[in-house]
Design a binder for this molecule. Structure first.
Ligand code: TEU
Length: 546
């Protein structure tokens, strides 16, 4: 029908440019490196690249601290490289979406330089300034990366607020001039020919200083009043164009999903956190891992999938640059390998929504191991490590506990080949390569049994098969809901039904699957039919006789 959208039929691939491919061998990935690997992405079959930030930045948070929205960071290249990337991608039928980081800027952005020096400057109000109380900050809110979210600025004697690091001062979205400046910047990028945005940390833009109590804890997302701001952003900016907008939206509950991504929603789709933060303690401390079961995962997935049957659209993902690798999160250590990597792929890829692949996921890349705290690059990992020590962990325990969840796990160089540093760079990589690059890499991708080939087949199923219509728009239905080890669902429309069955455990399990199978469409198994058991990590994509 005519209200169908191009992004409903797309597969997105996230590139973290710093770690993707280093074309000039200075140890840091770059835009020319992305251009050189476009053929690889075309071979995989993706439609859209989400490019993590490449804007000018002092790189306190690897580019999520932007000092000029209309400039490119020197280590990544130039604006000419950016234009070339857009054009070269487009030549291959690949669209590009940028990361839109507008909850905050870098403290080195000219807006902030102007704001901080003079209380009467017209741009003072573009950031959030308050007087301290006594000798302390305005309140006791904590930043996401640890410590107070307030930083004292001696020039004017006030504090500015930062949800993330102190080099990432929050913009004041209550200020109409600031909002217009943001919309203009967005328009400028759209005019360059990009297809949309991944909208960073957007649920943090509304602060609720007048809410009762100034309780401790991390700054809260998705506060009352945010709707007005998001509605304006959507109406005055996004909706004037045909864009893919995907909101990073921690703090949005199921009953709020429709206002975010329903028919008149603010965004095309959003990243939920329920299924991805299953292992995360309430207070966000990585070294206090929370126990979770497959049941919790299934419940999180089914909750939003059921909603998407009625309205809205899902952004399907298991990994990104902030998360440990999915193999380490969801699979027990002894079971990690191509078999379980394919199982995880089948499980999330055929849900209702737009699948996102994070670089290296299609190869089965895994977490790395950290020998010392000096090997952490990520500021959040360093903060968590220090907090763990304060809570009485010894250095070894802290390293192990934080290492399991460190964002650096996802940021090690992409493993292209068996060559030194996994073929990422002949220079010294900014973050050491995972030592398994000689086994896990892109060299064997043409092997029909490779994880890469499996992803390719999944993409093909979604995009160019007799199941395309069904897998894109068919209804979602959970099956075997109470099975403790198996996740299963059916996608269904008027003329077809496809089931996905997956064993999450490193043991043979029994299943009672009461449907008649017409044909095995895809499997990671050597079996050609589903019996009453599933082998460790076995998965099947089946056509049913409706
Ligand atoms: O992350 C925002 C976010 O919500 C974080 O709390 C995220 O869950 C956290 O990084 C996990 O430790 C976005 C980006 O994805 C992240 O890379 C940036 O560091 C952050 O915004 C600030 O821009």
């Amino acid at each position: 029908s005519s209200d169908r959208k191009w992004w409903e039929q797309s597969v997105v691939y996230q590139v973290y440019p710093k770690s993707f491919y280093d074309s000039d061998h200075d140890g840091v990935g770059d835009l020319q490196g992305v251009i050189q690997k476009l053929d690889y992405l075309q071979e995989l079959g993706i439609d859209v690249i989400w490019l993590s930030p490449v804007y000018s930045s002092p790189m306190d948070d690897n580019g999520y601290d932007i000092s000029d929205y209309q400039g490119i960071a020197e280590e990544f290249g130039t604006m000419a490289d950016m234009d070339e990337l857009i054009a070269q991608a487009s030549k291959r039928g690949i669209k590009l979406i940028m990361d839109l980081v507008v909850n905050h800027t870098s403290d080195e952005h000219v807006w902030f330089a102007q704001s901080k020096t003079d209380k009467n400057h017209p741009q003072r109000d573009w950031y959030i300034w308050q007087d301290g109380i006594g000798t302390g900050p305005p309140n006791s809110w904590q930043s996401v990366f640890g410590g107070s979210c307030w930083e004292y600025e001696p020039v004017t004697g006030q504090y500015y607020m930062h949800t993330f690091s102190k080099k990432q001062p929050d913009l004041n979205w209550e200020n109409p001039q600031l909002r217009q400046a943001v919309y203009q910047m967005i328009d400028w990028w759209i005019a360059k020919g990009i297809a949309g945005f991944r909208v960073d940390a957007i649920t943090f833009i509304k602060k609720s200083f007048d809410a009762a109590g100034q309780e401790t804890g991390i700054v809260k997302a998705n506060q009352c009043g945010i709707d007005t701001m998001l509605k304006e952003l959507s109406e005055q900016s996004f909706r004037k164009h045909d864009l893919l907008t995907v909101a990073e939206a921690p703090g949005v509950s199921l009953d709020q999903l429709s206002s975010y991504v329903g028919t008149d929603g603010y965004f095309s789709m959003l990243f939920e956190f329920d299924h991805i933060d299953l292992d995360l303690a309430e207070d966000g401390r990585w070294y206090k891992p929370k126990k979770w079961s497959l049941h919790d995962f299934k419940e999180a997935i089914s909750g939003s999938q059921t909603l998407f049957n009625e309205q809205g659209w899902g952004a399907l993902y298991l990994e990104n640059h902030d998360q440990p690798r999915s193999l380490n999160k969801f699979i027990e250590p002894a079971g990690i390998g191509p078999m379980s990597a394919k199982m995880l792929a089948a499980v999330y890829f055929l849900l209702k929504g737009t699948p996102f692949i994070y670089q290296g996921q299609e190869l089965g890349m895994t977490n790395t191991s950290f020998q010392s705290v000096d090997e952490f690059n990520d500021l959040a990992s360093i903060d968590q490590y220090e907090a763990a020590l304060k809570e009485g962990f010894d250095e070894k325990e802290a390293l192990r506990a934080v290492g399991n969840r460190s964002r650096d796990n996802a940021r090690t160089p992409m493993q292209w080949s068996r060559a030194e540093n996994g073929g990422f760079s002949t220079g010294q990589p900014w973050l050491p390569s995972n030592s398994n690059y000689q086994i896990v890499n892109a060299e064997n991708r043409q092997d029909p049994d490779s994880v890469f080939s499996f992803y390719k087949q999944l993409i093909n199923l979604r995009k160019n098969s007799e199941y395309t219509e069904l897998l894109t728009y068919g209804q979602y239905e959970e099956v075997l809901g109470s099975h403790p080890d198996v996740m299963a669902y059916i996608r269904r429309n008027e003329d077809k039904a496809v089931a996905v069955l997956a064993n999450f455990k490193n043991k043979e399990v029994e299943i009672d699957f009461p449907y008649q199978v017409k044909k095995v469409i895809l499997t990671n198994s050597s079996e050609t039919a589903v019996e009453h058991t599933l082998q460790p990590y076995e998965c099947f994509v089946l056509e049913l006789t409706n």
